[in-house]
Write a protein that binds this ligand. Structure first.
Ligand SMILES: Cc1ncc(COP(=O)(O)O)c(C=O)c1O
Length: 464
């Protein structure tokens, strides 16, 4: 066959989304979501009348219940288990204080979080200090107060070795380890086990006269609904710890398996709702504690097991109440419900399809809505699509399971942050006041050359 003389230009293939998308969850998303008019016995309408909307509500009893479930599940298999609650997951003082009153230690990744724990009465020696960067001042204080400091990298190890020259007596340190367990590998942190880097670091620590290697740490990721990964992680830590005891003569007093235990929240683009995966504290304990029990006799002393759960303790205990402020027609069939809770106070909307429930169901048809926030930004979308009973301006909604990372990663962007309240058997307490403009503006200063007749009226000038 004769070949065509004119060369056809190559056109790259185009991808077009199928209507609906292959990974939507129609059967479950089309169900009629049941209404939720109370939170722990408190009427949602009354809460809003008292504290305004949006309103973030922490249910104290649920925080306590989550802690108890986790600690009991693990202590049933490994008695010497201690939970250091991940402070960055939710650093509202009332949340940390609630967990503390149940017996939790603190797990921190900055001087700010360390001071927060100390301020709430948690002694330094009940603080686990992680994170890739700790300032010299933070390290000094943490060592002075006997915190469990986990070294993350060679430069930090060098700084700590230098600092240790000022110690009167040797101090313990932990070594953060990493390994290739899952995708994406959680390899920003710590010393790699497979490459031999962790062994090198352990040798370097034991060569320091004022440092003692006391523990090994590994946090393998966040929201990991597969308990088997934890099983493999603890096996690797045990093998490494036993090797260090044999070869370096150290005593490994504790193994710390970090956090990452999943909740029932649903990640975007997953076929099943998080609820269907239903991984429980007991499932994680069943994967983690048996390897410890099997190896117990090989250790010089039975190591303590530290856990650093964040989301599993707090996610499901917190709800955000929001009000529909407008119902808008979109460019297609789907309507948009504009709510007063945006991604600035609900950043987890970027990766979760949060469950949203109406406070009142007036009956009638259900409709699919895009839930958009009040920010003047196209990205301010709390949920791309959700089926709800017909909405109108003024309706109240409850966004569930928002306790992890929403407060600590929130910002006062365009709108100030709302009130945060704690509900408990005795009533309701404000645990964080609604922010006023001054929250943003008070630290500002207006340079002299910008002061003129107009700006003289500004509070910035008046304040001087
Ligand atoms: C070292 C460490 N421990 C614990 C946690 C808590 O993780 P999660 O909230 O997923 O349980 C984190 C969070 O990424 C972490 O970095």
């Amino acid at each position: 066959m004769a070949r065509s003389k004119t060369k056809e230009r190559y056109a790259s293939p185009e991808l077009h989304a199928l209507p609906g998308g292959p990974l939507e969850r129609p059967p479950l998303d089309a169900r009629r979501t049941s209404a939720m008019s109370t939170l722990a016995g408190h009427r949602v309408e009354e809460l809003v009348a008292r504290f305004g909307s949006p309103l973030c509500v922490v249910d104290e009893e649920r925080v306590r219940a989550a802690y108890r479930r986790m600690i009991n599940a693990f202590r049933a298999g490994w008695k010497d288990t201690v939970i250091g609650c991940s402070v960055k997951t939710n650093y509202l003082s009332a949340v940390v204080a609630t967990l503390r009153s149940e017996g939790a230690w603190g797990e921190v990744v900055s001087g700010f979080e360390y001071r927060l724990c100390r301020d709430l009465g948690i002694p330094g020696d009940q603080i686990l200090f992680n994170g890739p960067y700790k300032t010299d001042a933070d390290l000094e204080l943490a060592f002075e107060e006997g915190a469990h400091v986990h070294l993350d990298n060679d430069d930090e190890l060098e700084r700590v070795a230098e600092l240790s020259k000022t110690f009167r007596a040797p101090r313990g340190v932990g070594l953060r380890c990493s390994m290739n367990l899952n995708y994406p590998p959680w390899d920003k942190f710590g010393f790699n086990l497979e490459s031999g880097h962790a062994l090198e670091a352990a040798r370097a620590i034991t060569a320091e006269p004022k440092l003692r290697l006391r523990g090994l740490h590994m946090h393998i990721g966040t929201y990991l609904p597969d308990p088997d990964v934890y099983g493999r992680a603890i096996e690797a830590l045990i093998t490494f710890a036993l090797r260090l005891e044999r070869e370096l003569g150290v005593t490994i007093e504790y193994l710390d398996l970090g956090g990452g235990y999943a909740t029932r929240n649903t990640l975007h683009h997953t076929l099943l709702p998080g609820e269907a995966l239903a991984v429980t504290a007991e499932d994680y304990a069943a994967a983690i504690t048996p390897p410890l029990a099997r190896a117990a006799k090989q250790f010089k002393q039975r190591p303590r097991l530290f856990l650093e759960p964040g989301r599993i303790l707090i996610d499901e205990a917190v709800s955000m109440i929001t009000t529909v402020r407008a119902v808008k027609r979109g460019s297609g069939q789907q309507k948009a419900a504009l709510i007063d809770c945006g991604v600035h106070i609900l950043p987890t909307s970027f990766w979760y399809d949060h469950e949203i429930r109406p406070v009142e169901d007036r009956g009638g048809a259900v409709e699919s809505y895009r839930m958009v926030g009040p920010l003047c930004m196209q990205i301010d979308c709390v949920r791309q699509a959700i089926v709800l009973p017909s909405l109108r301006a003024g309706d109240l909604l409850v966004i569930q399971d928002v306790g992890a990372y929403n407060f600590s990663q929130s910002m006062q962007f365009i709108y100030m942050r709302p009130s945060y309240v704690l509900i408990h058997a005795r009533g309701v307490d404000v645990i964080r006041e609604r922010e006023e403009d001054d929250y943003v503006r008070a630290p500002e200063r207006l340079p002299k050359h910008l002061v003129n007749a107009e700006t003289k009226r500004s509070m910035l000038v008046r304040r001087k």
